[in-house]
Design a protein around this ligand. Structure first.
Ligand SMILES: [Ca+2]
Length: 525
């Protein structure tokens, strides 16, 4: 950093050896960490040769970024810095934490404690219920079709990322696990990368502690504010104790500290109860939930021990719902609802719950930019919910749009959804009566057990058949049917509401140039 400041002030000739290749200056400036994660091209600064005069002249384009981070120039006291810690968990359902309603005693003490220290949102949703699209939305503020990562693809290189803005402003960018789910890596400017292999397959709480502690100390030593994305890979499949996990044990997966009996765990309302194998698999899932909570707790412990708790805004969320039928990789409530918590000491009133405002994945990047007073970028679909964090009101927070396009195996099942507090409307472009839905949440015990039970239970048979084939449109009354079991798309009494929601979806698709627009116009209604 000193190198950078000296260079700007023109004093670099006195004792500091500098190259005139700007990209090298910037890369050196950012190269602080456990492992350098790849190059990051600053906007307007291609990696050709530049003189110091060129550098200063071109600095104008980046001046806003530097101006909002005067600490880069050493003009702001250490205590005034704000860091961002984003902790994500992988495939945890919104209601699997104690604070969000799970009745298993002590299932998520760390998440519960974080909620008691901050603000929790009851209507937070990710934008797409699968890893890479969900995470790419967070870091671009754009819907999947507007950032390029509709499935397991890299974002469009022309789309600006949050990490690029932060890099420009002098922040240290770090990531732990799930690294490949933000691509191409050069667009995400990681100064520090801790791969899943160094974190017990992204699931070892003790390694999350030691590596996050090292990152915080590195940021302090570098004199930089930071953005750290700490990603637990629990409770993603393979669940602890499952056959799938046994096959991967040699790869460094840690043991769980707690296991659950099938009779101890709740069965979500969208799955049938009374089937032994479903409870067996849910018990495995909840062992993963508890372990992800331990990872959350260890990262927060490291933050506190580093003395950075007061100056760090912490965001917590799950990147999508649980990997069971009718949740992950769909557009149901349990697909995208996420137990979002934000803690910011002295700024956010502790132990508050926002029960009505809808916030979603597209809002994360603009909110972080707003927290830092940084310039909003053009082209983002989301908007800052900082006013809500400060206890103020904000209009237009009555719905979210959610998306699904393709599986990790590249099978396309395009869906769109508009969701309010009272109703949800889902459009399944792929549902043609022939195409069969096949995806990861059907692996393991639960879906097989449903298929077996379907042989002698008509209600379960109907649920299995509907899941496999769906229908073009779905509509649910969430007050009467929060688990979205009864499709009311043909209900006369909801006709006006359904039309209104179709119109809202259409308007979003038109305004964002959704590639599914023409299909929707032809097939909906
Ligand atoms: Ca996930």
């Amino acid at each position: 950093m000193q190198l950078h400041a000296d260079y700007l002030s023109g004093s670099s000739e006195s004792g500091v050896v500098l190259t005139n290749d700007l990209s090298i200056v910037i890369l050196r400036y950012g190269r602080v960490g456990l492992q350098y994660g790849g190059g990051c091209m600053m906007a307007g600064f291609p990696s050709s040769k530049y003189t110091r005069r060129d550098f200063l002249a071109r600095l104008g384009t980046a001046a806003a970024g530097l101006a909002v981070a005067p600490r880069v120039l050493g003009q702001e006291p250490e205590t005034a810095r704000t860091n961002v810690l984003l902790i994500t968990v992988d495939d945890m359902n919104f209601d699997s934490a104690g604070v969000t309603g799970c009745k298993i005693p002590g299932i998520t003490p760390s998440i519960d404690k974080l909620a008691a220290q901050g603000m929790r949102f009851e209507h937070a949703h990710v934008t797409s219920a699968v890893c890479q699209p969900s995470r790419s939305v967070l870091m671009t503020g754009r819907y999947p079709h507007r950032n390029g990562a509709m499935g397991f693809e890299p974002i469009d290189p022309s789309v600006p990322t949050l990490q690029e803005s932060l890099r420009e402003a002098g922040y240290l960018n770090g990531i732990m696990a799930k690294v490949g789910h933000l691509a191409p890596q050069a667009k995400f400017c990681w100064d520090t990368v801790v791969g899943a292999n160094d974190l017990g397959q992204g699931r070892d709480p003790a390694l999350f502690y030691s590596h996050s502690k090292a990152f915080f100390e590195q940021a302090k030593a570098a004199g930089k504010p930071f953005f750290l994305m700490a990603n637990s890979q629990d409770p993603h499949r393979p669940f602890p104790g499952s056959d799938g996990e046994a096959n991967r044990k040699a790869a460094g997966l840690p043991e769980v500290s707690r296991t659950y009996k099938p009779e101890e765990v709740p069965v979500p309302g969208f799955l049938p109860d009374g089937i032994p194998d479903i409870r067996v698999e849910l018990a495995q899932y909840f062992a993963g939930v508890h372990r992800c909570d331990e990872a959350v707790g260890q990262v927060l412990r490291a933050l506190k021990e580093a003395g950075l708790e007061e100056n760090t805004i912490v965001f917590f969320l799950s990147d999508n719902g649980m990997s069971f039928p009718y949740a992950k990789t769909n557009c149901y409530r349990s697909s995208t609802a996420t137990p979002m918590i934000v803690r910011w000491p002295g700024k956010i009133k502790p132990n508050t719950v926002n029960r009505h405002d809808f916030v979603s994945g597209i809002d994360f990047m603009p909110t972080v930019l707003d927290v830092f007073g940084m310039q909003m970028l053009e082209g983002m679909d989301g908007r800052s919910f900082l006013p809500l964090l400060k206890g103020k009101r904000q209009g237009g927070r009555d719905k979210v749009f959610t998306f699904f396009t393709e599986t990790s195996a590249k099978n396309k099942y395009p869906m769109r959804c508009v969701r309010t507090e009272k109703f949800s409307y889902i459009f399944n472009a792929w549902a043609d009566g022939q195409t069969i839905f096949r995806n990861e949440p059907q692996s393991g015990l639960t879906f097989k057990a449903m298929q077996t039970a379907a042989e002698h239970d008509d209600a379960i048979a109907e649920r299995v058949k509907f899941f496999l084939f769906r229908t073009k449109e779905e509509f649910y009354d969430l007050e009467a049917d929060p688990c979205e079991m009864e499709n009311l798309i043909n209900a006369e009494e909801h006709k006006a509401t359904i039309q209104k929601m179709r119109r809202e979806l259409l308007e979003m698709m038109v305004s964002t140039k959704d590639p599914l627009l023409e299909v929707f116009k032809k097939q909906a209604g």
